[in-house]
Ligand binder design. Structure first.
Ligand code: FEO
Ligand code: CA
Ligand code: CA
Length: 712
């Protein structure tokens, strides 16, 4: 196994493969990579990088724009007046609340869409725990705190629809997979649906698959591709339990159970629907796209729908490398990571017939889990990018605001504001709230001199990485605010529009989640090992570490607590890492020797007390520990006290998470366990830990699963 140091080449990063790895050249090339699939910088393998994000980190960052707005001004101490003055002199007219920049959002500000429905009433925690000791990355164990236990609720391949059959790894077909739970869950929610608290809907997306550990080698290659398509997408399944606090079980063939796959029709909504940019030979209307792929994080809306971000969609296509638009999205002529173009021509976008097919992916999709007959939708109004996810909050004026990050090194943070207003009594109308409105991109201004942001992570003399920010308009009420680009162009080529708007290049925004308690918005910047390296953007106060291997979390306070505001304050609440080996860490001033080491913040969630829960993806080689789930209080004396709640098995990343603290339960999706194994030599037996000797059909390999953690 190759193990490079943490501060070595400028091409590798935790989400990526060996810096010298060849560009992905189809599935067979991936297979050939397996024997040398080492972890070059963290615990993520070359295989995952190739499958999950088309080895994005081993390739040049697609943002080659000379958009360096931050550095031009970061050296100046920016007062509120200065920030406003800048706006006045520039292209942006700021709508500042009458009280100016509030010191903090009012506790009442905003009604956040809750994960954890019906338990957001505060009160003492029902999830007390002593932090676990970090677990060695080689351990194939799921570890929870003392006093807790865990059980899988549903696994890859479990039958959920009528006609489904018990999972048999040696007897797979696309038809069976389409009736069963998909692979590699990421965004997860558990929505309780009855007053007794004994019925719920489990909603999860399926980001990608790992063919090399899920298919017996003698399984027909074409069938593998078809199964792979059927294992992507989204799953909804009804849960039941005997009483609150008990374990949930899924109900096979329940009425609301549903699978959405890479073939399910989606309605395209918003200003770009029907655009020439979205038309293909199979869909001359540009309004119906087949399937959703690369779905990563997401959010649950106040009207009870699920949002899911189409993230690394580029890796599913062969496409012209020649157009600046394709380049900006990482699309290229190489065979795709999955090879689906062998069975469906639309995935070969080099042809004129399907040149626009990739333009129909990269959106926030909305799924109504309460209606299994509903057509899921792709919302162009929230822009096209590598959406990590989207989280909705209702502003004071009842407009709906969605925050969404573009998870690519040096890409941007966005905000959508609806045209219409949320009406708790009109769900039908709420279902259209994401189809019309305004789209903004974030520009961060630091308040410390640039000379004090030296790239080491050392705090500037004012003691904080902090400052002001602007939401720069891209589209406002149906009109483009980007010179030379139509509304359709802005929404389909959003990255290029944001380049022109002078957005701040970020260290990979993953989940962006408003606190239901305070209205403050938290941005997980997972890492960016290329920050400050040759030819790349240097540090700024919002992205203050060179070769940022461990990531950070930004806290945003909208002006006057108004989520529709065009100006905000921000500070970095966590500069992640292991304090015992990394001096650049910061935990909101909490003593560094009293926190759990944490790296690569990814998905975020809140409990009913307003504590932030962070799941991680890619603990680095300096830590060599399994990924996990961490709780961190945000207010009071405990602010910044990071405490590890659980650890996931070998090679896995922690997804979900869902915190039902009033109920004493935590849910996580365990994604890509044993990713670095092979069919013949599996790395993980999670979650059932059977060794294949007990019975026919028993699978001695990993099954990505949704897990419930609850008190013993
Ligand atoms: Fe799928 Fe950005 O993690
Ligand atoms: Ca500062
Ligand atoms: Ca993620």
């Amino acid at each position: 196994m190759t193990e490079l140091s943490d501060i070595q080449t400028d091409t590798a990063c935790p989400s990526c493969s060996d810096p010298g790895a060849p560009a992905t050249d189809g599935r067979r090339t991936m297979l050939s990579l397996l024997p040398m699939a080492g972890h070059t910088r963290g615990k993520r393998s070359a295989v995952t990088c190739a499958l999950k994000c088309d080895s994005a980190c081993a390739k040049p960052a697609p943002n080659t724009s000379d958009n360096g707005y931050f550095r031009d001004i970061a050296g100046k101490a920016i007062s509120r007046r200065h920030a406003l003055g800048l706006a006045g002199a520039g292209a942006v007219a700021l709508a500042v609340g009458s009280s100016g920049l509030a010191a903090a959002a009012s506790p009442q500000a905003g009604l956040a869409a809750g994960r954890g429905h019906g338990h957001g009433h505060g009160g003492r925690t029902n999830l007390p725990f002593k932090p676990i000791t970090p677990v060695a990355a080689t351990e194939d164990t799921f570890v929870v705190p003392q006093g807790y236990t865990w059980e899988p609720i549903i696994r890859w391949g479990d039958p959920i629809l009528p006609g489904g059959v018990p999972f048999d790894v040696n007897d797979q077909s696309a038809e069976k997979q389409a009736l069963a739970w998909g692979y590699n869950n990421d965004y997860t929610d558990v929505i309780v649906t009855n007053r007794a608290g004994t019925k719920a809907l489990l909603c999860c997306n399926n980001e990608y698959v790992n063919a090399d550990i899920m298919f017996p080698p003698d399984l027909d290659a074409t069938e593998q591709l078809r199964i792979s398509m059927a294992a992507h997408g989204f799953g909804i399944v009804e849960l039941e339990r005997s009483a609150p606090g008990e374990k949930w079980s899924y109900v096979p063939s329940a009425p609301k159970n549903r699978r959405i796959t890479a073939s399910t029709p989606f309605e395209i909504t918003g200003p770009a629907a029907g655009s020439d940019l979205l038309k293909t030979a199979a869909d001359p209307t540009g309004t119906v796209a087949l399937g959703t792929i690369g779905n990563c994080a997401g959010g649950t809306t106040p009207w009870g729908t699920i949002l899911s971000g189409e993230e690394n969609f580029n890796g599913y296509f062969r496409a012209s490398s020649a157009t600046p638009e394709n380049k900006r999205y990482g699309l290229n002529e190489n065979a795709s990571s999955y090879g689906w173009e062998a069975i469906e021509p639309r995935f070969d976008a080099r042809s004129a017939d399907y040149a626009n097919e990739p333009n129909r992916f990269g959106y926030i999709v909305e799924i109504d889990p309460t209606d299994p007959t509903s057509t899921p939708r792709k919302h162009t109004m929230l822009g096209r990018l590598k959406h990590e996810g989207a989280n909705v909050v209702i502003a004071k004026n009842r407009k709906v605001v969605a925050y969404t990050g573009d998870d690519e090194r040096f890409d941007y943070l966005y905000k959508f504001v609806s045209k219409g207003r949320y009406n708790p009594n009109n769900r039908k109308k709420n279902l259209d709230l994401l189809t019309e409105g305004s789209l903004y991109v974030a520009r961060f201004h630091g308040d410390s001199p640039a000379t004090e942001i030296d790239g080491t992570g050392t705090l500037p003399s004012d003691g904080k990485f902090d400052g002001y920010g602007q939401w720069v308009p891209l589209v406002v009420d149906g009109r483009s605010k980007v010179a030379g680009m139509s509304v359709e162009e802005v929404l389909v080529f959003t990255r290029l529009a944001a380049d022109k708007a002078g957005a701040t290049k970020m260290d990979r925004c993953e989940d962006v989640e408003p606190s239901p308690k305070t209205g403050k918005v938290y941005v997980a910047c997972t890492n960016n090992s290329q920050r400050g390296t040759t030819g790349k953007a240097g540090v700024d106060e919002a992205n203050p570490r060179n070769s940022n291997r461990d990531g950070h979390v930004i806290e945003i306070t909208e002006d006057d607590g108004d989520h529709t505001s065009r100006i905000f304050r921000w500070n970095i609440v966590i500069v992640a890492g292991d304090p015992s080996v990394n001096e650049s860490t910061y935990f909101a001033g909490y003593p560094q020797d009293k926190v759990s080491p944490i790296s690569c913040p990814d998905n975020l969630a809140f409990d009913s007390e307003g504590n932030l829960w962070i799941s991680t993806d890619g603990q680095p080689s300096s830590i060599q520990k399994s990924d996990g789930l961490f709780k961190v209080p945000l207010e009071g004396r405990e602010r910044g006290h990071v405490q590890q709640f659980l650890a996931v098995p070998r090679d896995a990343e922690t997804c979900g998470p869902v915190i039902h603290d009033r109920d004493g339960s935590v849910f996580v999706a365990v994604q890509h366990p044993g990713e670095d194994g092979t069919w013949e030599a599996q790395n993980s037996l999670f979650p059932d830990y059977v060794d294949g000797t007990a019975g026919e059909g028993e699978f001695a390999g990993p099954r990505p699963s949704v897990v419930q953690v609850f008190k013993k």
